[in-house]
Design a protein around this ligand. Structure first.
Ligand SMILES: NC(=O)c1ccc[n+]([C@@H]2O[C@H](COP(=O)([O-])OP(=O)(O)OC[C@H]3O[C@@H](n4cnc5c(N)ncnc54)[C@H](OP(=O)(O)O)[C@@H]3O)[C@@H](O)[C@H]2O)c1
Length: 254
């Protein structure tokens, strides 16, 4: 097969970096998108060294900003049709600054922008450039979408933003199915070794998350990357419009 082109948002760190490495190892040229140029550059060096070929293209953009997304899509279009788009960028945002409704609104808007709008803008900007047939659109959600977040405020908005991705992806699956493009959502449970938890990560937090699983361990970025590799592959052409839980059994059968 000729070299395929993949785009991974948030591909400079954590789960996104593992996905980018897996797709590069699978022979794809991979555009990684994020806001920090130096982080993207480090990831490019690391992945290219690991796969022994120059496969990674770093692209700096804040995907909540429609102008930056348009510019990023123009750059990507110069590389050819997009075979695989992985909407992975996202984050759990800090709690509202105070108890006011204004602070709550700010926190919710930030979570919706970061976890929902990033995917909607990038996908929309690249929609006409997805490979037809055989394009693959993958959305990284969260088990939080299936069982709610842990805290009263921003954790709730994170879960809500991720859940909104599901309904959006179902509509896209209907829209793009006739073009031969599959659309699926991957909903990971707790995945260690990423930047997402920041200072909220403690050994107790980790132990509680592991205790939630049936397999007695945290997920790894490589666990998610392996699933993405399959969803992105030609073998997965009959799988579309699904939410796939990847959570060590912490959420059953949804
Ligand atoms: N780790 C878990 O337990 C877990 C569980 C379920 C789901 N997830 C989901 O998995 C995805 C990856 O998270 P992770 O755990 O690997 O955390 P991470 O290391 O913090 O990765 C998040 C990535 O998104 C990028 N990003 C954030 N906002 C962006 C924006 N506005 N524009 C462009 N890029 C942006 C970040 O890069 P910059 O900061 O440089 O922009 C970063 O590379 C997220 O969607 C997360 O919600 C994670």
């Amino acid at each position: 097969m000729l070299e395929r082109l993949a785009v991974v948002s948030g591909g400079g760190t954590g789960i996104g970096k593992a996905i980018a490495r897996e797709l590069a190892a699978d022979g794809c040229r991979v555009v990684i998108v994020g806001r920090r140029a130096e982080v993207l550059e480090r990831a490019r060096e690391e992945i290219d060294r690991a796969v022994g070929a120059a496969r990674v293209v770093p692209l700096k953009a804040d995907l909540t900003d429609s102008h930056q997304v348009s510019a990023a899509a123009e750059s990507i279009a110069e590389l050819g049709p997009v075979d695989v788009l992985v909407n992975n960028a996202g984050a759990v945002i800090t709690e509202p600054a105070d108890d006011s409704l204004a602070a709550l609104a700010d926190a919710w808007r930030r979570d919706l922008d970061t976890n929902l709008l990033t995917a909607v803008l990038l996908t929309t900007a690249l929609l006409d450039r997805l490979r037809r047939p055989d394009g693959r659109l993958i959305v990284i959600s969260s088990a939080a979408a299936q069982r709610g977040g842990a805290g009263p405020h921003s954790a709730g908005s994170y879960a809500a933003a991720k859940a909104a991705l599901h309904g959006w992806a179902f509509g896209l699956a209907r829209q793009l199915g006739p073009d031969g493009i599959t659309v699926n959502v991957l909903a990971p449970g707790y995945v260690a070794d990423t930047e997402i938890f920041g200072e909220r990560w403690t050994p107790e937090f980790h132990a509680a998350k592991v205790a939630d699983t049936l397999v007695g361990r945290a997920g790894t970025p490589d666990d998610v990357a392996a699933a993405v590799r399959y969803l992105a592959s030609p073998a997965a052409g009959y799988l579309t419009g699904q939410v796939i839980g990847l959570n060590g059994g912490a959420v059953l059968g949804r």
